[in-house]
Ligand binder design. Structure first.
Ligand code: NAD
Ligand code: ZN
Length: 372
């Protein structure tokens, strides 16, 4: 018997919704959807890997909650978040006869969640979306908060919308089939919540990370904690006009490194973010904002969990610093030529710095890229 699920509510007035976290949720998906949203026809959007392991369990669990249903299975990987795939997906959903009152169920990692959530937000000017995140990263981050979107040759997530899902079902059992490298990369986003605003949670992670990796009770606890932290931030700043930007700790550096690595298996998002967070702590330390012991402690934990923390660890060699700076400048957080960085005053004390001295940054990166 699975323990009772944990429920986190994201409070956004009429757009509020529940994030249900626990084991065995696929088997109960029909009941949970009917309870929150009533019976509806639905289309499940998933990817080949997730479908191979878990689609039958989801279809069984949905039972007659979703009477006429169709399944659209996408190719796994970041390349799926494209205009071409979006067009095919939207047409597929129309061919399945998905109408205004129906449901799109996004069942996969962040890639499926982002593109299916976006397709749902524009299909017939908006149909309801339920997120059933299958990767750790999606369970602690991307399925919550309503950012949806696709990539273009100009950059990641540059086309999209803020559209909240109606329900999130994070089944921790689904993570049993997630490849270990993907799990570790998702763990970087868990560490992020401690580093950006909760030193106690970070201390707990230092003690509990092995239990989280091995699937003990700490895993659901950590997922709940992250969803709670994200829900609180999103409830306060849904459209990222202020505080929500803190969730981008490590992401300005990280996105540039990911772009350099071609959004490939060479460097997963979470791995890039781990390096990005280490750089944010080191740079903050150099600027005299954050003490050396805190920077050292943050980096030591990332390393202990097997995550990369240095630019030089990217397979195939470090990027040229000018290239990295150009990629940082292209990041969508650049306003009037000034890059907004999330810097830290210590563990759990991130803040938004809009006037980063680009010369100091360049000097710092030159040393980091050469391994000093
Ligand atoms: N919308 C947001 O707020 C937000 C936040 C963070 C990241 N993202 C986006 O999320 C994406 C990254 O998400 P991701 O790391 O989940 O990548 P992903 O969706 O590519 O999944 C990673 C890999 O794991 C496989 N997989 C997923 N769940 C599995 C399972 N249970 N068993 C076996 N294999 C499984 C997938 O098929 C894929 O090969 C990026 O596109 C990023 O931009 C969005
Ligand atoms: Zn991220």
């Amino acid at each position: 018997m699975d323990a009772e699920p944990r429920i986190v509510s994201l409070e956004l007035g009429a757009r509020s919704y529940d994030i249900v976290i626990g084991g065995g949720l696929l088997a109960r998906s029909g009941e949970l959807i009917v309870h929150s949203l009533g019976k509806a026809q639905c289309a499940i959007v998933t990817d080949v890997n997730v479908a191979g392991f878990h689609l039958d369990a989801l279809l069984d669990g949905l039972g007659d909650a979703c009477p006429r249903r169709g399944v659209i299975t996408l190719r796994p990987g970041e390349a799926t978040k494209s205009f071409a795939e979006l067009a095919t997906l939207c047409q597929g959903l129309l061919e399945l006869g998905i109408e205004r009152g129906d449901l799109v169920i996004a069942f996969g990692g962040g890639v499926v969640g982002d593109i299916a959530g976006f397709a749902a937000s524009i299909l017939r000017r908006g149909v309801r979306c339920v997120q059933i995140p299958a990767s750790l990263l999606a369970q602690v981050d991307s399925s919550v908060g309503g950012k949806t979107g696709i990539n273009t040759p100009q950059g990641k997530n540059l086309i999209g919308s803020f559209t909240q899902p109606r329900l999130v079902l994070a089944d921790s059992d689904v993570l049993k089939t997630l490849p270990e490298r993907q799990f570790r990369a998702g763990y970087a986003e868990i560490v992020k919540y401690g580093l950006l605003g909760d030193v106690e949670f970070f201390s707990w992670l230092e003690k509990s990370w092995r239990d989280i990796f091995s699937g003990g009770p700490a895993r659901a606890q950590a997922i709940e904690k992250c969803c709670r932290a994200k829900a609180a931030i999103v409830a306060e700043d849904e459209r990222e006009t202020g505080r929500r930007a803190l969730l981008n700790l490590g992401h300005t550096f990280g996105h540039a490194l990911e772009a350099y690595a071609g959004y490939s298996d060479r460097l997963l998002h979470g791995e890039a973010i781990a390096i990005g967070m280490a750089l944010a702590f080191e740079f903050s330390n150099e600027l005299g904002l954050c003490g050396g012991p805190d920077a050292g402690r943050a980096i030591a934990h990332l390393k202990a969990a097997g995550l990369p923390t240095e630019i030089g660890q990217i397979p195939g060699g470090a990027p040229d610093v000018d290239e990295l700076l150009a990629l940082i400048a292209q990041d969508k957080k650049v306003q009037a030529g000034v890059a907004a960085f999330i810097l830290v005053r210590g563990i759990g004390e991130a803040f938004i710095e809009r006037g980063v001295d680009m010369e100091k940054l360049q000097d710092f990166l030159v040393r980091k890229a050469s391994g000093k």
